[in-house]
Design a protein around this ligand. Structure first.
Ligand code: IPE
Ligand code: IPE
Ligand code: MG
Length: 239
């Protein structure tokens, strides 16, 4: 191991990625958009493995948003098939890959088959090094509305009063309950927006936007984003 690698500061505990640019990657090659999503799935495998070797504890990935249903039926169907294949494979290789899965999003809109795969993956307990939070039919606003409803139900049931809502309690109603906020959020593809990703959790995240399409995203790009993160001066409102 090179000395410089030995001295590299620890990576962030929690990295979140908006896996964007699959469609443009396919277009550049004259391929159907679904081919871009297949290449994107490959990229995810590569980066999840790399995060494990780096010692990243949590990797949150945006795979399908509450707005992505607006796409053609063909594309949505293609994405769902890829997700199913990926999860079947992930369930098989979970112990080897030492990964644990959590799903953030409204799974009730997914097919019963896909929902079952998500539940099976979540309920598997074993030794793991990295927790992957898979955002599937996820929307930050949807997550907040759902949290508000759940709190209102607890108030209506007499379990607590309105004044009991604190930031900590709010956290406990989110899909991400118990997961520390991401220190670093990466968006490849050149777009510079959140697109309804982790609205609450990103309050003090560092953002790194990169001009690479997700299927072309390599471990070196993650290194680059982490280096950029280490150059930032995080103040959290202080001096
Ligand atoms: C991200 O890639 C994958 C999903 C949103 C499901 P896109 O499909 O958004 O790729 P672009 O942005 O059109 O290139
Ligand atoms: C965000 O990408 C959602 C995912 C990567 C899953 P989009 O491609 O849907 O975002 P917009 O439409 O460019 O904002
Ligand atoms: Mg996109």
């Amino acid at each position: 191991m090179a000395l410089s690698e030995e001295r590299a500061p620890a990576p962030p505990r929690h990295i979140a990625i908006i896996m964007d640019g699959n469609g443009r990657w396919a277009k550049q090659r004259g391929l159907p958009r679904t081919a871009g999503h297949a290449a994107g799935a490959e990229s995810f495998r590569r980066i999840a493995n790399y995060c494990r070797t780096l010692g990243v504890e949590y990797l949150t990935v945006y795979a399908f948003s509450t707005e992505n249903w607006k796409r053609s039926q063909d594309e949505v169907q293609g994405i769902m098939v890829l997700l199913r294949r990926y999860l079947e494979e992930a369930l098989r290789d979970m112990d080897k890959n030492q990964v644990r899965f959590r799903f953030f999003g409204d799974l009730s809109q997914l097919s019963p088959q896909l929902r079952k795969l998500c539940r099976d993956a979540e309920s598997r307990s074993g030794v793991y090094k990295v927790q992957v939070n898979f955002c599937l039919n996820y929307g930050g606003r949807d997550e907040l509305v759902r949290a508000a409803r759940r709190f209102a139900q607890d108030v209506a049931a007499g379990k607590c009063g309105p004044e009991d809502l604190t930031e900590e309690r709010m956290d406990s109603y989110l899909y991400s309950a118990g997961v520390p906020d991401p220190e670093l959020i990466i968006r490849p593809s050149g777009e510079k927006r959140l697109s309804n990703f982790l609205l609450w959790q990103s309050a003090y995240s560092e953002f790194v936007f990169m001009n690479v399409l997700w299927p072309d995203f390599m471990p070196e790009h993650l290194d680059e984003a982490i280096e950029e993160f280490h150059r930032r001066n995080r103040r959290f409102g202080g001096t």
